[in-house]
Design a protein around this ligand. Structure first.
Ligand code: BV8
Length: 255
């Protein structure tokens, strides 16, 4: 993980993404009317207590989502591709901090990426903490590839009540960035939803929300642009690459 802007004096960008950026790739969001939390209760499938109480139910929930995420027709959309292009062409560091557990940012070509809520295509052993690439279903009949324990594999994802991953690197990046972008997230889940306040407290750093509609934290952003990510993200990246940071504010509506 590169340090936040420490490698060069060019302006660095931190981008927080959420389920909305993957919606047009065919993956469900959480809080839209047709979202995951409209069909499942968090307490039943996305907490350590749920896994302890009924591991097969929790494994089944993630197995269904993993099958969806690896389906042939689920591919990066123009928003993912635009962010990979930004990372390749922007003179300073670009860090994507994603709440998403799919691999669409990687498949679009993004390299500097933190999955703060973990990764659906990895399994973690509760006996030895080993983490392994895993594209198939996880069942209690599987043995850990590292320690051989049976029935100890869980999805390598961060459940409610568990500590998100990479918070130190994220904190460093938020402290040094010249632009903070939030894309496709409702701003309901912390600590991710609090990142914009961290940047605001520094003063003088533009914060931009790119979303289908105003999020819970919409008023905290200096600029905003609303519409489908596959349209507004490539347009925003074009402006950044052609006009620099100043264009970011111009492209997005002033708050
Ligand atoms: C923790 C992984 C201790 C598994 C997920 C204050 C501080 C710290 C914690 C808390 C706090 N207050 C409350 C808490 C506890 C809790 C929390 O936030 N609860 C909420 C419900 C109030 N947080 C935790 O438990 C976290 N851990 O706190 O540890 C700690 C304490 C202090 C400091 C550090 C640590 C752990 C949270 C992680 C839980 N795991 N997922 C899985 O995926 O199943 S969270 C879950 O929600 C998803 O992962 C997702 O990433 C996340 C956020 O959802 P979004 O991505 O925003 O999706 P959503 O559907 O909500 O919104 C989609 C948006 O896209 C919408 O706005 C929509 O309009 C837009 N959209 C739709 N279509 C499009 C679009 N935009 C553009 N284009 C489109 N086409």
């Amino acid at each position: 993980m590169a340090d936040a802007g420490a490698t060069n004096d060019q302006p660095s960008i931190v981008i927080l993404t959420g389920a909305g950026i993957s919606k047009e790739s065919g993956l469900a969001t959480f809080r839209d009317a047709d979202g995951i939390w409209a069909r499942y209760r968090i307490e039943d499938v996305a907490t350590p207590e749920a896994y302890a109480r009924d591991p097969e139910r929790v494994l089944g929930f993630y197995n269904a989502r993993r099958r969806g995420a690896v389906a042939d027709d689920v591919r990066p959309n123009p928003a993912h591709v635009a962010l990979a292009r930004l990372e390749a062409e922007w003179p300073g560091e670009v860090l994507i901090v994603t709440q998403n557990i799919d691999d669409l940012h990687e498949r679009a070509g993004s390299k500097n990426l933190i999955h703060m809520h973990g990764e659906l295509l990895k399994a973690r052993c509760t006996a030895c903490a080993g983490v392994h690439p895993w594209r198939a279903d996880i069942t209690l009949d599987h043995a850990c590839p590292a320690c051989g324990s049976l029935g100890t594999l869980r999805p390598h994802v961060v459940w409610f009540g568990e500590m998100p991953l990479g918070l130190d690197e994220i904190e460093d990046a938020l402290t040094g960035c010249a632009l903070f972008l939030s894309i496709g997230t409702s701003g309901n889940v912390y600590p991710a939803a609090g990142f914009v306040q961290h940047v605001r407290m520094r003063g003088g750093v533009p914060t931009v929300e790119l979303n289908l509609e105003p999020s819970e934290g919409a008023t905290l952003f200096e600029h905003a642009r609303y519409g489908p990510a596959s349209e507004i993200v490539p347009a925003f990246v074009d402006d950044l690459l052609s006009g620099g940071l100043a264009a970011a504010g111009a492209r997005a509506s002033l708050r």
